[in-house]
Design a protein around this ligand. Structure first.
Ligand SMILES: NC(=O)c1ccc[n+]([C@@H]2O[C@H](COP(=O)([O-])OP(=O)(O)OC[C@H]3O[C@@H](n4cnc5c(N)ncnc54)[C@H](O)[C@@H]3O)[C@@H](O)[C@H]2O)c1
Length: 245
């Protein structure tokens, strides 16, 4: 199950495609219900796998509960969850408002909490599960993409969430990990990136380009897959070396 996987050029959609190719049944939960259903139909047709698309606001408990109920009724038990739902937040700190700050934390932190807690019930019962949440280099470096302080702070919260939850879930044979991408060629940073913006974003990247959604998808698919059972509480950097530069 993936949240935030409906936008056609996004990391979530690329991950859904990748996982479907690996034989997973796919559930796409997204604020854009129509796009979630379209993505699921396309993935089902392309890979011959079962796929459902459901509308959700990850920051709303009732909405999360209803969406996961729908997934559980339609598909086999949920083995893996990728928390990808997200918004950008390019507001300078001194212009930030309480409403803006709270919305970013509601989507990233409350959303990750609500969706993860909702699916963990079944995973604990079955003694098998994989959780992967998307943080950002912005949490580690204080920037490197487009968004500002609220985004960096909420993405840093994802890292603490991941490590602490991994401690509680290890005994249940459930792994909990994070990935921290550098700039990736999606539409979240204020629209599709021009060649000029890609060049600006890659100035300090050791591999001098922005990353692709498919590259992040491959990492998430590995962490959700059968070979990653001894990896937990980890943060995987995927940033072309930006953090080191
Ligand atoms: N693109 C990058 O450079 C980059 C870098 C680091 C981390 N990330 C993270 O990767 C994740 C995916 O981003 P992306 O770049 O693919 O962007 P994207 O805009 O393509 O995908 C984000 C998706 O989240 C959905 N969404 C937004 N609010 C939601 C809500 N309340 N409930 C459910 N769904 C909601 C959107 O509809 C959209 O489909 C985000 O968490 C983002 O912060 C992206």
């Amino acid at each position: 199950m993936l949240t935030g996987a409906a936008s056609p050029r996004g990391i979530g959609r690329a991950t859904a495609d990748r996982l479907a190719g690996d034989g997973w049944a796919i559930a796409i939960l997204d604020l854009d219900a129509e796009a979630a259903r379209t993505a699921a139909a396309e993935i089902g047709a392309a890979h011959g796998t079962r796929a459902v698309g459901v509308g959700v606001d990850v920051s709303d408990q009732g909405s999360v509960d209803a969406a996961v109920n729908e997934v559980e009724a339609a598909l086999p038990p949920i083995l893996g969850l990728a928390n990808l739902a997200g918004i950008s937040s390019p507001t300078d700190f001194m212009a930030e408002t309480v409403a803006g700050w709270d919305r970013v934390f509601a989507v990233y932190m409350r959303g990750t909490f609500l969706v993860t807690q909702r699916v963990l019930d079944g995973m604990i019962e079955r003694r098998l599960g994989r959780i992967v949440s998307v943080s950002s280099i912005s949490a580690q470096r204080g920037g490197g993409t487009y968004s500002k302080v609220a985004y960096s702070a909420s993405k840093a919260a994802i890292l603490g969430f991941t490590r602490a939850l991994a401690c509680e879930m290890g005994p249940h044979n459930i792994t909990v990990n994070a990935v921290a991408p550098g700039p990736i060629d999606t539409d979240i940073m204020g629209g599709t990136l021009t060649e000029e913006r890609k060049a600006q974003l890659s100035v300090e990247v050791l591999v001098p380009r922005v990353g692709t959604p498919a590259e992040v998808a491959a990492l998430i698919a590995f962490l959700l897959g059968p070979d990653a059972g001894y990896i937990t509480a980890a943060t995987y950097d995927i940033n072309g070396g930006l953090r080191a530069s």
